[in-house]
Design a binder for this molecule. Structure first.
Ligand code: G3P
Ligand code: CA
Length: 268
């Protein structure tokens, strides 16, 4: 098994957004493996339910952008979804990549990396997000993946459902531009992390979150300049499309001299 989140977050953490989205088709096993090889500590992925209740790893509600299928994920059964090509659209060399199931990903990567599971909420089918939440809990329990997984969502109601079923799981509260009440939600759910959009991350809110004991894990940070700026601000890591760039930013930070004066020769 991999490293438990409590240990992993002893230093800043690189999370591969949808795997290694900059260079591999998003949310595919090829991308997740590449993220591990590139030095990601964790991957982020998105889950939603098929028509017959399987937890599929795909970002969009519709199949059109990232597969050769059409229409909504929620309308198609597992076996149909499994026939789709999820790699060719990105580059023909990834032809025959399939949409993974959550369980398949956990089997494949948990030995190497932690996993941030984002449950997608579709206002057109709210009940499915709650069913997905129950299944995410069941899948984590089945794989005994509790120490190595973070469950995140933009919608507090879904995280509340996870918390009611499994208060021991690590929860990540996602926010976008409007962050109203985020700290209360984090407190109520005893969240492990706050995952804000880095473009709207305010230093006072960062401090308030840190004072609550939260890990702060902004998304989706892709330039080395932004990565270094955020690390300087005191975030606990970042979610990035490019774990190679993330690793380079961490190295730059680590190679900088400490901010205190170096001892004068002859002293001590
Ligand atoms: O988990 C952070 C990020 O993935 C949330 O936005 O749209 O990329 O799922 P999105
Ligand atoms: Ca996501």
């Amino acid at each position: 098994m991999g490293v438990a989140l409590e240990t992993l977050f002893g230093k800043p953490v690189i999370v591969g957004h949808r795997g290694f989205r900059a260079e591999y088709p998003e949310n595919t096993l090829a991308g997740f493996s590449a993220a591990a090889e590139a030095g990601a500590d964790m991957i982020e992925l998105d889950v939603r339910l098929s028509a017959d209740g399987h937890l599929m790893v795909i970002h969009d509600a519709q199949l059109d952008r990232t597969t050769d299928g059409k229409g909504f994920v929620k309308d198609q059964p597992f076996l149909q979804l499994k026939k789709l090509d999820a790699g060719f659209w990105f580059n023909p060399r990834f032809a025959r990549e399939r949409l993974p199931e959550l369980e398949e990903v956990l089997d494949g990567v948990l030995a190497r990396m932690a996993v941030n599971i984002e449950i997608k909420y579709d206002p057109e089918a709210p009940a499915m997000a709650f069913e997905a939440a129950d299944q995410v809990v069941a899948c984590i329990r089945k794989k005994q993946a509790e120490p190595f997984t973070l469950v995140s969502c933009f919608y507090g109601g879904v995280l509340r459902r996870v918390y009611q079923k499994a208060p021991d799981l690590h929860l990540g509260v996602l926010t976008y531009k409007n962050k109203k009440g985020f700290l209360n939600t984090c407190q109520e759910l005893k969240a492990f992390s706050w995952n804000p959009d880095y473009r709207y991350l305010d230093p006072d809110e960062l401090l308030a979150a840190k004072n609550e004991g939260l890990k702060v894990l902004p998304y989706t940070v892709n330039s080395r300049k932004d990565m270094k700026r955020l690390l300087d601000m005191g975030v606990d890591g970042f979610i990035t499309d490019d774990p190679v760039e993330g690793r380079a930013a961490m190295k730059d930070i680590n190679s900088q001299p400490p901010p205190w004066p170096s001892p004068v020769k002859g002293e001590g």
